[in-house]
Each structure stands twice: as C-alpha cells, then as structure tokens.
Design a protein around this ligand. Structure first.
Ligand SMILES: [Zn+2]
Length: 480
C-alpha cells in the first residue's frame, strides 16, 4: 500500500486499478452481479468522450438513430457464426406481462441483426446507399467476473452500422473508422494504439475481417480499445438487404459495423494514472483546473476568496472547465490530495503573498509547480493543459516502445511472457494451431497483424513459434 491509501502499481496492478477508481469516485459495484454503476465523475468523462467521438462521426457523414433493446431470438440465429459466437453470452427474456412469450427476446449483445432487418425495408436502390447509421446504446453480454469498465455484464457504447454498394466501399468505410478511432484515442485520450487486422480466430463473429486498435496498459497488457468490421455480404444475405444497381440488376449490400465502449475509460485510467490516483488527459477531464484560495487569518480570507473568484472567471472566459475550492472545513493539503486523486490536470494555489505579487502558483498533476502572473491566466493555463496533453501521449508512446520487443525466438518469447510481458512483434505462419498452442502455454494472443506503419523494418521471415515460413508479422501480447 502506498502512502496515499492506494495500492502501488508495482505491488498489485488490479488492486491499484480499483483503488484509483474508488478514490476518484468514477464507478462502483452494483447490487446485480457483473454490473457497475457509473458515478457522476466517471459519467462526465464518458460524456466528453461521446461528444468528441460523436462530432467526428457526424463530420464523416454518419447519423444517429435508435433501435430496440429487445431482439427476437430467431434474428440472432439467422447468421450462423454470429449466433455461435454470441449465444453463450446472451440474456434472454422468456416471460413478460405475466405470461410466457411465444418467442423469447434476447437483450441485445450487439445490434447487427435488428438493424439489418430494418435496412432491408429502407434500402431499395443504389440511390439509398451508402447508409451510414450510428447508435449510442447499452448492451448486455453475460459476465461472471466483474472488472469495472473493462468487463461488465451491461455496458455503454456506440455501434455503427453501414451499407454500401460495393465491396471496396465497405472496406474503405471499415478502414476510415479504424483511422478515426485511432485519431480519437491518440488526440483525446493521449493513448497511442497499434492498429491492424485480427486473425480468423480473433475476428468478430459473422465478419469477413475485423480491424482493431490495441493500446498497451502500464502492466504491459494489451487493451482492445475499438474494433471495425467488414461484414461482407454475410448479414445482407441473412436479412435479405438487396438493392437495385445502376444497371438495373439486384445485389446484396456490403456492410460494416464498428464499436467503442465505456471500456475506453478503463484504458484511459490504466494508460496514465499513477500511485497518487487518477491522471486524466486535459481534453477529457471533467474539471481541467481547480483554484484553491489559501488563507490562515480571517482578515486574509475575503481578499484571497475574491481574487480566486476573479481567477476562476478568467479561466471560464478562456473556455476551461473549472472548480473553485473554497471549503472552509478543509486544510489546503487535504484539498490538494483530493483533487490529485480525482485526476484534475492543473491546480492553482492562491495565498495572500501570491496575491500581493499578483501571481498564482500553477501546480501540474504530473509534478512540478511554478508561480505565474495572474494577468492572462486563462491563456497561461490553456497552454499548460495543451503541453500536459501532449506530454501524456509522448510518455505513453515511449513506455509502449520500451516494452515492445522484436526478433525474439520461441524460448525468449516464453520467458518474456512469464516475466514482465509486453508487445512482441514476430513472424507468424498463419496457422491456427500455433495461435492456440501459444495461448495455452503463455496466455498471449495475436492482438493484430499490424498495419504497414507499425511493421518492423525487417520482420522475421519464419514463424516465431514453429519455424515455418511466416506469412505476416504479428503482434502478440497478453490482453484484457
Ligand atoms: Zn507457426
């Protein structure tokens, strides 16, 4: 246990993770097993994520809609791989209104089936394409073990579903979203990700191809942060989504689906936080800057409080999310401790001496503080926040590269996975058998076959595991 009442990362990473969440009051365990309650400080982060991502989706021509939570069980069965993949995780409503239902209703584990059943009504001709729909919703996938934000029975997400006239249009859409997710994760969450293709055994149930963004957490495990699927014509055939082509013939649409969830909040926490609690990237921080007026004697109080209010007004004018901590019942040190635990990026300390010099002390959540003129404080803090945002990204990127390994042989790989772990770039023969053997022996899985910009300058030409000819490079890691 650290001196802040938070378990040290180095002692027990998952206990640390829980302590950070509890200290920052982001979430709590619900009375229903497997479920969590997202508390206001956690939900505000989600709202800020939603606003950013929603804006990016709208800019690229996507529109929001809403589909029912309940899906007829027969719908799920229409796509064979889909039902096989999701059946073990579904919750099913069998009784309602005091009677047994004629057909059981599944609580959506994802919405492809109900959405494509509607697409078949709405799409008649090539003029109706592309159809670009997004939904913000909750979904249910039954879980026995709960990990706040990372693994819960019910969670919040956005799911996009699109229909296109050609295979290449669908592929372009799947890749557009992959890049959009990466941009969001890097620019807003300050979380670097490796992107690429999932193997056959790791792809979405019912997809032709799945692309993924994988972040490295501070325990060197991978977090799958967002996925984008090219569904081919699998669902349009199952749900009879046909359209008339320009030439007058009929064809099935080509579809994509893609999603990112409240799991991203877990990723944000595990990428940046420290032994003092949450570290929140400024662009997603519910409170970006807190002003703490300090007084010892009663006669000092009104002057520093009044100055504190003025400073806060200037910060608000600069468009920042602020708080003024004028609680009388708490000492400054206790206040600092609390705001640190909540991950507030910048704290302004303002005492009688600072006021006399027309200055405030600017303290950064990640360390370091210095006095700064009160004039133009809004611009000063805006600059500091931008620096912090950039620094968090660079630090995370440096960490990831420090723990990325290349050119390991089989025994070196096993040793690494038994020890500190990390991302391993290695040759892969394409064999499902190598994948399952590796998983069994080391718990590591192929996170992605990396996109070209992430590939090693000289990838191994033999499978890191079996020594046969490699068909591609793969990134292995243990994962959440
Ligand atoms: Zn192999």
């Amino acid at each position: 246990m650290g001196n802040r009442g938070i378990t040290l990362r180095s002692e027990d990473f998952s206990a640390w993770y829980n302590d950070v969440i509890m200290r920052a009051e982001l979430a709590d365990y619900a009375p229903v097993r497997g479920c969590m309650v997202i508390r206001p400080r956690g939900y505000r982060i989600w709202e800020l994520m939603q606003a950013a991502l929603d804006g990016m989706l709208k800019e690229t021509g996507h529109e929001n809609a809403y589909f029912p939570l309940l899906i007829p069980q027969s719908f799920l069965a229409k796509e064979a791989e889909h039902i096989a993949g999701f059946a073990p995780q579904t919750a099913v409503v069998t009784h309602a209104g005091g009677k047994e239902l004629e057909e059981p209703l599944v609580i959506r584990p994802t919405s492809e089936t109900i959405i494509y059943s509607m697409f078949s009504k709405w799409i008649q001709s090539y003029r109706d394409l592309p159809l670009l729909i997004n939904q913000w919703a909750n979904i249910v996938r039954w879980e026995m073990r709960t990990r706040l934000f990372l693994r819960t029975t019910e969670f919040l997400w956005q799911e996009g579903h699109t229909a296109h006239a050609t295979e290449s249009d669908a592929e372009a859409e799947a890749l557009l979203i992959l890049r959009l997710y990466r941009k969001f994760m890097e620019e807003w969450m300050a979380m670097p990700v490796v992107t690429g293709l999932k193997t056959e055994s790791e792809k979405f149930a019912g997809a032709l191809r799945t692309y993924s963004c994988e972040g490295m957490m501070q325990d060197n495990k991978a977090l799958q942060a967002g996925t984008s699927h090219n569904l081919g014509q699998n669902f349009s055939r199952a749900f009879d989504v046909q359209y008339q082509t320009e030439e007058g013939s009929r064809d099935y649409t080509w579809n994509t689906s893609w999603g990112a969830s409240t799991r991203l909040i877990g990723g944000l926490i595990m990428t940046h936080s420290d032994d003092n609690g949450l570290v929140c990237p400024p662009r997603l921080a519910p409170v970006q800057v807190v002003v703490v007026p300090i007084w010892r004697k009663d006669e000092e109080k009104s002057a520093v409080l009044e100055a504190g209010q003025r400073v806060e007004a200037d910060l608000k004018k600069a468009g920042l999310r602020t708080a003024l901590d004028d609680r009388e019942s708490m000492k400054p040190g206790a206040k600092y401790f609390e705001w640190e635990g909540r991950g507030v990026p910048v704290r302004l300390e303002l005492g009688p001496r600072d006021l006399a010099e027309n200055k405030v002390v600017v303290a950064r959540r990640t360390g370091g503080k210095a006095p700064s003129p009160m004039t133009d404080i809004g611009a000063t803090v805006t600059g500091v926040l931008e620096e912090l945002q950039q620094q968090l990204f660079e630090d995370a990127l440096e960490r990831r590269e420090e723990h990325s390994h290349r050119n390991l042989d089989r025994s070196g790989f096993i040793e690494l996975m038994e020890g500190q772990g990390g991302f391993v770039y290695g040759g892969f023969c394409g064999g499902a058998r190598c994948e399952s053997e590796i998983k069994e022996k080391t718990k590591a899985t192929i996170r992605v076959l990396p996109d070209s910009e992430f590939r090693s300058p000289e990838p191994q030409d033999k499978c890191m595991w079996c020594g046969n000819k490699a068909v591609s490079e793969a990134v292995w890691a243990k994962a959440y």
